[in-house]
Write a protein that binds this ligand. Structure first.
Ligand SMILES: C[S@@+](CC[C@H](N)C(=O)[O-])C[C@H]1O[C@@H](n2cnc3c(N)ncnc32)[C@H](O)[C@@H]1O
Length: 305
């Protein structure tokens, strides 16, 4: 008997005799039931749906798992599925297990070095994309580029513009490079490791875009386990008031924007109005707050006149 969180899987005698250690006497139907129980015990809110999702091709199993539930999994597929379910039961996000996620209708490679791109960040992409024709000529700078999702999505939709991506971590920028290559925009991108504008001192841009860390330090402990335990803290921690990076980025923006250039910043819950004030103080009067698809104030866009 193999026991795991109170659930058991019986190994067939025939399999044990054949020395096929771990070959279970089960069907995909019972495997899915076992997986559902594991995920339920781990506190996953939709365990049945996730058990099935993780049995899909390219993740935990071939399509046979769902098409012919009475078949027995091979040892290899069973092991793969068990590993995937155990990782998910330990609250690892599905995007890290799969090694990819979708953002702006594009598929991005992700690993635990980078924050998983969020749907609300698509509003940041829209903000810059919608203003691309009214921006001065020149490159777009992204600060804290992470997986590169924002700049890559922009580059796919804004032909010809060069992009400069910076991040405090070299490992993170390696992921951005991979994604730029996957989507055919790497030749228009350059990558520089360093603290915010540090790597581009003395340069001016058509736009500065950023989704910086903006969670208040005191709120980090209350984040769901998927985020708290698995995503990089350096992508989340925005200091005591959550505004440490947003304030620094806005203050230094005039030194790095061309006249008519755009500053587009993603903000956390309840931060947009404060950030709009910094932008009025440091960048100019032309400031707008944009809502994400859930209706939350999410992005602050200002123009440097
Ligand atoms: C919230 S994540 C955003 C990632 C990506 N742009 C996105 O929207 O999915 C913030 C990123 O800022 C980077 N970062 C943190 N501190 C930084 C700093 N001082 N200078 C530059 N980047 C920084 C982190 O490594 C992380 O990749």
């Amino acid at each position: 008997m193999r026991r795991n969180n109170g659930c058991s899987i019986r190994l067939s005698r025939r399999s044990e005799k054949r020395g096929e250690r771990g070959l279970p006497d089960i069907t995909w139907r019972s495997a899915l039931r076992w997986a559902r129980a594991q995920l339920e015990l781990a506190g996953i809110s939709r365990p049945g749906m996730e058990a099935e999702y993780l049995a899909r091709p390219g993740i935990g199993a071939p399509p046979v798992a769902l098409l012919n539930a009475e078949r027995t999994p091979s040892v290899c597929l069973w092991r793969r599925y068990v590993e995937v379910i155990q990782r998910r039961a330990a609250r690892e996000p599905i995007a890290y297990i799969r090694g990819e996620t979708e953002f702006y209708s594009l598929v991005f490679y992700v690993n635990p070095d980078v924050l998983i791109p969020r749907p609300e960040t698509e509003t940041l992409v829209d903000a810059v994309r919608d203003r691309a024709n009214s921006m001065p000529p020149g490159p777009v700078l992204e600060l804290g580029a992470g997986s590169g999702a924002v700049s890559v999505a922009l580059a796919v939709h804004i032909p010809d513009r060069p992009f400069v991506l910076t991040d405090i971590s070299g490992a993170v920028l390696q992921v951005a490079r991979i994604n730029a290559g996957r989507h055919g925009v790497k030749d228009r991108m350059s990558f520089a490791v360093g603290d915010l504008y540090g790597p581009v001192t003395g340069s001016c841009f058509a736009a500065v875009v950023s989704n910086p860390p903006y969670v208040r330090s005191a709120d980090l402990a209350g984040l769901p386990p998927e985020i708290r335990q698995c995503e990089p803290i350096s992508a989340l921690d925005g200091g005591a008031d959550g505004l440490k990076f947003l304030r620094r980025i806005a203050r230094a923006a005039p030194r790095h924007l061309r006249r008519g250039g755009v500053l587009a910043l993603e903000t956390g819950a309840g931060q947009a109005r404060r950030v709009a004030e910094f932008c009025r103080d440091f960048v100019g009067e032309d400031v707008q707050i944009l809502h994400d698809l859930a209706g939350h104030e999410r992005v602050v866009v200002s123009r440097y006149e």
